[in-house]
Design a protein. Sequence first.
Length: 691
Amino acid sequence: MAYRHPRPPQPLAPHVALWMLRLLTSPEVLRRFVRKDDFARDDIAYALGLGHWVDPEDRAFNPQAVRAELFQQLKKVQRTCAKTPLPALLQANVQRLAALVGLSAMDARILAFVVCLHNEPMLDDTADQLESLTTAQVVQTLAMLLELPDAQVRQALGSQGLLARSGLVVVDRTGSARLKSKLELLSHTFADQMVTTDADPIQLLRGKIQPAAPGSLALADYGHIQPTLNIVQPWLRHARDTQRRGVNLYVHGAPGTGKTELARALAQDMGCELFEVASEDEDGDPISATNRLRAFRAAQSFLAQRRALLLFDEVEDVFSDSPLERGTAQSHKGWLNRMLEENPVPTLWLSNTVAGMDAAFIRRFDMVFELPVPPRSQRARIVQAHCGNLLDAPRLARVADAEHLAPAVVARASTVAHAIEAEVGRAASASAFEHLVSHTLQAQGHRPLPRHDANHLPEVYDPAFLHADADLAALTQGIAATRSARLCLYGPPGTGKTAFGRWLAQQLDMPLLVRRASDLLSMYVGEAEKNIARAFREAEDDGALLLIDEVDSFLQDRRGAQRSWEVTQVNELLTQMEGFAGVFIASTNLMDGLDPAALRRFDLKVKLDYLRTPQAWALLQRHCAQLGLAAPGAAEQARLARLKQLTPGDFAAVLRQSRFMPLTSAAALVAGLEGECGLKHDGARHGIGFV
């Protein structure tokens, strides 16, 4: 039974009618469309003025007469189209794109036809009479419809043709399909825009690329990568001024470190427009990696004549491979390699990691560099800029000490804190800011913000209470003069190794960067080495004193190593020590078994031992005075003299207990110290401990 459809509300445009008639008069389609007793599609017949043959009352359906009339209609419409151009808006948009991308007259004719095919239901329905087509049949069909040589159409639709390279018309070369499905346009809204909107060509890329939003940071906020910027900026300026092709920069770093903001700041510094390859279409749906690469290729054609930079963010879905599936980049390796060598618009490719990326791709980028979390000094400036009016100096310092704190986390938390300030007040807003930052850090797998300054020294701290085998006062003066030293502090736990590092940083008026073994070690091979290198780099960027605690965890003698990573960790630490010009302190409770070569790299090895009896007595007197307790007497002095393993850390532990078990006398303080010493390995020998 024939397909029935009401008459169309308005006549067809001449060029659409021409293409429909050429399709219908081709031998294969003519046999399908004009059947023995009726049309295959009555609505198409009505649209072409053949409605009088649909259910005629005064005569029988005559296939031969119908075919003759179709050919007559074809001749008539051909004469009309010879005098009538395409609709003005479509013609203007095609010509604008031709000039922008460099399309030939033949490319423009193909583009106009495909736009109409996607925009005119009657033309699409007529093309469906061809049924499924191979790519070769698509070429033959277009050559017939547009009266062009097959070879030229094949070349125009090839992967190296301007239509495909610009993304305007891409042929789906997988299997057979209807004509419309085989000829893909730039986007699903492109055809409608071409016939209804007199828009800037960039608007036609909507859903493919988009203008980048204004940035909130300047290049001055990226001082921690200034040596890299000293290369990036002149290179991009050179590329802009000489119209150099194949300029690509790969920037990787943890989420939130400011990679996108860096791209925006570079574009602003150069006076260029910045466009981003979209990761979502106009409906908010994710765009596949393949389609993002097509968008990148289209943008290169559309933006080639503009003063612009292109930003391709979240490129992991393009370059990453897995053991089970080849990545998109690998599947299009030759094509992508050519694009990286020939793209006219300088492009910044952003990723959270470079891991898993084929070295063949890496070598095609002009620069590959990491954007790390800013060092402490830079973090302090960022926090000050966002929340300086909310946070007092101690709070600001505590937030800035968070080593994994990325600028994006600060920006988002400050937005919330400022928004609620009018309702909850400044103090609550400041607390809210810390709360948000802390929970975000935890969600990212990092430590939350400390509740107090971890580098704070007690009021009674004095290096005179350290039992060292070196003159610490003279050592401090010498380091202050040179601002360079590599020290190894060793001795039993609690003897004041870490506290001395904090005190020394204060005396040198240097920031302190503390890293513990748990901060540096990782379950992943090679990650500890990266963490070690990052710690030294951050200390150098900040001009900080670097203190690595529990260094024995990864500085064991390599001669006894059973795994390769045990060796590489030691090697990395030695390499970083040799290249570090600042002040570095390593502390350990276990000197035995450390790598001999590592020990030779230290300028000085200082042992901090248990308190001498006079030191312990003086420290007890100092604490009693601070706590407002009566001065200790001879009995307390005698009890204290029997504690041979007493350390400043034991005093600190008892004082922490006093927060919930108040000390009422010097005797109670000494009793607490006896308990701490009794828990040590040879405490049983002295008969002190819990019963």
